[in-house]
Write a protein that binds this ligand. Structure first.
Ligand code: NAD
Length: 424
């Protein structure tokens, strides 16, 4: 595939266009007919609400919230809710579609959705965030539902917000409905194993991919960008399987130790240090972005979107990229990555461990039963491993990179289901 220099070079791609460019390549490879293409590219439902909230000082501030259901062809839609000043309907649309493909890749019976409220939760009190969450839930009561649309945490939200959402929804229904949302606190029906699930799925994907390109875990080195939930769990679990994690990074920069970092010590340091590695001593400190260019076998971007772009991809030396974050590689960088022969375990596959265990949470809520952590981990490992194998097989069949193979697999599944169900 030839590389075409885009003009003008943009640092940040429109996330919807970025998703659509991969979708289009996969739809072409699959020979998707135009009618189904049109069905799958258009979100099923987009709802925007305005949320007037009484602030602590007595003033009323109006927030804007969105929920986009991209697809409910495979089942109820699933996707997080983010609280962030950068929330736009375009971003929510892209993330909702991503969820459709992600659920289809790992073969769980969900469609895709996403929600967001444009706000800065760091500048709001707990009471203000609670009122905002309850107002959003009330406005979306017709959309949400354990058999309709199941939200989850995303950027700026967590178990606390999910508990408020569950409570408000339950009040409206006149009964406790804990399966309406996942990512709840354990006492409210959250699942064991959810906290580490995404990092664990990254580990399973990384080991599966390493097996395909002849990298032996005990001889392989790894660098991980982002040391939050996903990055730190991936680092810990990869280390436990013999991979030498020589660098990790967060907003304070990157920390390198050629002999391998003591990940448990890094996690403990971060936990005692306000969530950051700043000042960590048993490693060399280098500028944060330089972690992407280290001479390692495996690179795990697990921080944010658009970190590997046409502007820096030439400098990446890793043989394998395992995308812990959503959208860390810009669509325009794909061609160069492929030319360089780097294998990429794409986000919709590699970070699907989280949604898989969210699905288990929903299953347990509906069963009224709790699984052990061991059962959760065993089942999610199997789902992730099987998904990797299916994507790999599809990539060989169509002679395409894993990312396009993952889209092919997902689009094919949703398209076939649509054809069976039929439209109007
Ligand atoms: P988090 O907030 O727990 O951690 C993010 C980490 O990235 C922090 O250590 C932060 O300091 C670091 N970071 C932010 N910007 C950075 C930068 N420019 N350079 C280096 N480090 C930077 O978030 P998380 O839950 O670990 O999520 C990380 C990514 O994984 C996001 O893209 C998220 O959408 C994606 N993801 C998360 C889950 C999940 O279950 N948590 C599931 C699927 C995908």
């Amino acid at each position: 595939m030839g590389y075409i220099e885009p003009a003008p070079i943009k640092d940040k791609e429109n996330p919807f266009e970025s998703m659509m460019s991969r979708f289009n390549i996969a739809a072409d490879a699959l020979g998707l007919d135009e009618e189904v293409y049109n069905v799958l590219k258009s979100p099923a439902k987009q709802v925007t609400v305005s949320l007037p909230i009484t602030m602590d000082d007595g003033s009323i501030k109006v927030f804007e919230g969105h929920r986009v259901v991209h697809s409910n062809i495979l089942g109820p839609s699933k996707g997080g809710i983010r609280y962030d000043m950068d929330v736009t309907i375009d971003e929510v649309k892209a993330l909702a579609a991503w969820m459709t493909w992600k659920c289809a890749v790992v073969d769980i019976p969900y469609g895709g959705a996403k929600g967001g409220i444009k706000c800065d939760p760091r500048s709001m009190s707990a009471g203000e965030i609670e009122r905002l969450t309850r107002a959003f839930t009330a406005q979306m009561a017709e959309i949400f539902g354990p058999d309709r649309d199941i939200p989850a945490p995303d950027m700026g939200t967590g178990p606390r917000e999910m508990a408020w959402l569950m409570d408000e929804y339950s009040k409206i229904q006149g009964m406790t409905v804990n399966a309406v949302v996942t990512g709840k606190p354990l006492v409210l029906g959250g699942s064991l194993g959810r906290t580490e699930a995404t990092g664990r799925g990254v580990m399973v994907s990384a080991l599966s991919a390493m097996g395909k390109i002849g990298l032996i875990p005990s001889q392989a080195t790894c660098a991980i960008q982002g040391f939050g939930n996903v990055g730190s769990w991936a680092a810990k679990l990869l280390t436990e399987r013999g991979v030498k994690v020589i660098a990790v990074s967060d907003l304070s920069g990157a920390y390198v130790n050629k002999n391998g970092l003591d990940i448990d010590e890094c996690i403990e340091y971060r936990n005692m240090n306000n969530g950051t590695l700043e000042g960590y001593k048993n490693a060399d400190h280098i500028p944060g972005d330089d972690i992407l260019y280290l001479d390692v076998d495996v690179l795990v971007p697990a921080a944010k979107e658009d970190v590997i772009t046409v502007q820096n991809v030439e400098k990446v030396k890793a043989k394998l990229i395992v995308e812990g974050a959503n959208g860390p590689t810009s669509a325009k960088a794909d061609a160069i990555i492929n030319e360089k022969g780097i294998m990429v375990a794409p986000d919709i596959l590699a970070n699907a461990g989280g949604v898989t265990v969210s699905y288990f949470e929903w299953v347990q809520n509906r069963l009224g039963y709790k699984w052990t952590a061991e059962r959760v981990n065993r089942r999610s490992d199997r789902i992730m491993k099987d998904a990797f194998d299916r994507v790999y097989k599809t990539s060989k069949e169509y002679n395409v990179p894993l990312r396009i193979a993952a889209y092919i697999l997902a689009i094919d599944k949703v398209a076939k289901t649509y054809k069976y169900r039929g439209g109007f």
